[in-house]
Design a protein around this ligand. Structure first.
Ligand code: FMN
Ligand code: 173
Length: 388
């Protein structure tokens, strides 16, 4: 049986022919390399977080506060990391988190990511704010599984159109991001006075949409471009939304729905009461509320509140396979990874993303195996202790 950890052997064997991996295998090193490759504003956009970046740091520190306790002599010869999450089969409990405006990292942007995801079999979550349309990305992703992330616009007709298009293009689950109806105070972007959308990046799904086009007097050309961008700004998020509005999602989406950005157990309970299928415990990688709780610290409370009624997923701060194991041990059914694959994209396009995904999966399998676990579902709170 082939295993995800075979990547390790592949690297050592290639070394016999003097071939090196090409990218670092310690994924925490990618950020510094990406900084050298990207323009200062583009690097600031991906690496930056809200305010003093205290929450971004807290996300990482929270992982350091948990330590894995390996168990011995448990026959770990046969491993199977595959899981089914919200109806989607995956080779490992790892998804590619939605990241907007990927063409600022590499010209092929989301298309390269869709191909890398397809080649590993992992599920990508496509952002509404993508640089390519959801139909183009679906084509690059092919027969593989993909989910769609909605930024819920003010115009309900536009929201319904996005959902209709996503369904038609083969996105099987819906992720609705709640924590970013407006962008936070982000000093790195402010200091560069840099917002990609105002430069027409990350608006492909809007400009290609029939409902959006109707609102701006037809297809977007040089003549109505400024008006179209202003319409985007006015429409991007809806701060009036409340829990009662979730009915709209159910009316327009018949597949599984997960809410992204939940941190409080009571919000998770409300999501379940509203008929949602999944929760993504996330603080947007520290990019929204500076000073907010580390996402990993919020995870156990949400799992306790709704873990038996909904799929609880996790993101914010995952950098290594060992981090994935800790989040699974604390109750996540699967995790989403964001910045590491964006850095891989910046460093090497499709090959860079594929490298990151293969490293993560191999390291996860080796960590689990050496800790005495052969399946993701067998990782529980017994495998971690708080650091002294
Ligand atoms: C450059 C960038 C763009 C992002 N764009 C989106 C987006 O369009 N939609 C969304 O739901 N989350 C977006 N996120 C948040 C990620 O999906 C994810 O929640 C977060 O980055 C996870 O933390 P990590 O980067 O530490 O893995 C973005 C994050 C980054 C870094
Ligand atoms: O930058 C982000 O974190 C983000 O989520 C976003 C928001 C709007 C458009 C693109 C990305």
């Amino acid at each position: 049986m082939s295993s995800l950890a075979d990547f390790q052997n592949e690297i050592y064997l290639a070394g016999l022919g003097e071939v090196l991996p090409g990218f670092p295998t310690d994924l925490t090193r990618l950020e510094a390399l990406a900084e050298r490759r990207l323009s200062a504003p583009a690097f600031g956009y991906v690496a930056g977080s809200a305010g003093s970046e205290a929450t971004a740091r807290a996300n990482r520190e929270a992982f350091d506060r948990w330590r894995i306790v390996p168990r011995m002599l448990r026959d770990v010869a046969q491993r199977d990391l595959s899981v089914e999450v919200l109806g989607t089969a995956m080779p490992a409990p790892v998804l590619l988190a939605p990241i907007g405006v990927q063409s600022i990292f590499h010209p092929e942007g989301e298309l390269a990511v869709a191909r890398a995801a397809a080649s590993t079999g992992l599920t990508m979550v496509l952002s509404t704010a993508a640089s390519y349309t959801m139909e183009e990305v679906a084509e690059a992703n092919g027969e593989r599984s993909r989910w769609y992330q909605l930024y819920w616009p003010k115009d309900r007709e536009l929201a319904a159109s996005f959902l209709e298009r996503a369904k038609a293009a083969g996105y099987t689950a819906l992720v609705v991001t709640l924590d970013t109806f407006t962008l936070a105070w982000r000093p790195r972007d402010l200091d560069h006075a840099y917002l990609p959308f105002l430069r027409g990046i990350g608006v492909a799904n809007y400009f290609s949409d029939p409902v959006f086009q109707k609102a701006v007097g037809g297809p977007v050309t040089d003549a109505n471009r400024d008006m179209a961008l202003l319409h985007w700004v006015a429409n991007f998020g809806d701060p009036t939304l409340t829990w009662n509005d979730l009915v709209f999602l159910r009316e327009h989406w018949d597949g599984p729905i997960a809410l992204k950005g939940v941190q409080h157990p009571d919000d998770a309970r409300q999501a379940v009461d509203a008929g949602m299928d999944g929760i993504i415990v996330s603080n947007h990688g520290g990019r929204q509320v500076d000073g907010a709780i580390a996402s990993l610290d919020a995870l156990p409370g949400v799992v306790e509140a709704v873990g038996d009624q909904a799929s609880v997923l996790f993101d914010s701060g995952i950098r290594t396979g060992s981090d994935v194991a800790k989040a699974l041990a604390l109750g996540a059914e699967a995790v989403l990874v964001a910045r590491p694959y964006a850095y891989g994209l910046a460093l090497g396009g499709e090959a860079g993303v594929r490298h990151v995904l293969r490293c993560l999966q191999a390291e996860l399998e080796l960590t689990m195996t050496l800790a005495g676990v052969t399946r993701p579902g067998d990782l529980g709170p017994d495998f971690v202790v708080p650091a002294p």
